[in-house]
Design a binder for this molecule. Structure first.
Ligand SMILES: *Cc1c(COP(=O)(O)O)cnc(C)c1O
Length: 291
């Protein structure tokens, strides 16, 4: 496997970065997870836009233009002859010294692109649905570290994941500091109640997911009402259907939350329809490349 590292395609064994890289020392950097489906990179522009917005927000200048970044992604996919791939795009502050001061890293930012296969959850869970729990760790408050920034500083989400895993579950529902539903550790959450779909507004403490946005678009196309609404755990418990969205996870049904069955504890009808439509969308809504 070849990894793109600062302009060069290098063998994965040789794709190494400095121990003084602030991405490693402090989680100082931003990233994107992107997927390609049969030679189409899904919603590539949206991912690139979000990467540059995340970088801008943390005051990190990316030396590549968005166009050059896209070329680098395509080049890496081609080098690995991958048509179906998960693409991890990482821009860290780069090499500095042991201090926090990002000015020491200026102009050194590290750009890494890894393309590989990924399977986030076992296939069985997509068919039968997943059981999740609410965890004690709340989502970062936006005045501290805004969840809109897809940053390398992922400890908030990892702590939540650890709590879920320690309790024997795959995924965690995270609330915000006020106790409202934010999102899962790397996925957005949706519910369906009386035929209408709801997802928490991003200012409740979630990332504006690109899959989330695609699902909102699918709902519109299917003429299913879909609204951003503040949600509590109660609304989740009494919902008819629930599912999570994310680039890596795609769309995964949730059938139990904190031991409460959602609907009849089976993946919902609308959820399955959305999953089918999403699959269709991945065949069209992408940037084409030839391996
Ligand atoms: C990336 C991510 C998501 C999902 O966003 P997509 O654009 O759909 O991949 C949701 N929450 C968090 C915290 C994330 O990092």
């Amino acid at each position: 496997m070849k990894v793109y590292l600062n302009g060069k395609l290098v063998d994965k064994k040789k794709a190494c970065i400095s121990v003084f890289d602030h991405g490693f020392l402090y989680g100082d950097g931003v990233f994107e997870g992107i997927r390609s489906y049969d030679g189409l990179v899904f919603k590539l522009k949206e991912h690139i836009d979000r990467l540059y917005e995340s970088a801008h927000s943390i005051n990190l200048d990316i030396r590549l233009t968005p166009k050059q970044m896209i070329d680098a992604i395509i080049k890496t996919l081609k080098a690995n002859e991958l048509k179906d791939a998960y693409i991890r795009l990482i821009v860290s502050r780069g090499q500095g010294d042991l201090g926090l001061d990002p000015r020491k890293c200026r102009g050194n930012e590290t750009i890494v692109i890894i393309t590989d296969k990924i399977k986030l959850y076992p296939e069985k869970l997509y068919k039968e649905g997943m059981e999740i729990i609410t965890v004690p760790t709340v989502r970062n408050v936006s005045s501290a570290l805004n969840p809109q920034i897809k940053s390398l500083n992922y400890l908030n989400n990892i702590l939540a994941k650890i709590e879920a895993v320690n309790s024997g579950f795959q995924e965690a529902l995270m609330l915000n500091a006020q106790g409202y539903v934010a999102e899962c550790t790397g996925d957005n959450v949706f519910i369906l109640k009386n035929g209408a779909m709801y997802t928490p507004p991003h200012y409740m403490g979630s990332l504006k997911g690109i899959t989330r946005n695609a699902v909102i678009g699918i709902a519109k196309k299917l003429k299913i009402s879909c609204q951003e609404q503040v949600l509590t755990r109660h609304e989740i418990f009494v919902s008819d259907e629930c599912f999570l969205t994310g680039t890596a996870a795609e769309i995964i049904p949730v059938v139990k939350v904190d031991a409460r069955a959602i609907g009849n504890a089976k993946p919902g009808k609308v959820t399955k329809k959305i999953m089918k439509e999403f699959k269709k969308l991945t065949k069209t809504a992408g940037v084409k490349y030839n391996t």
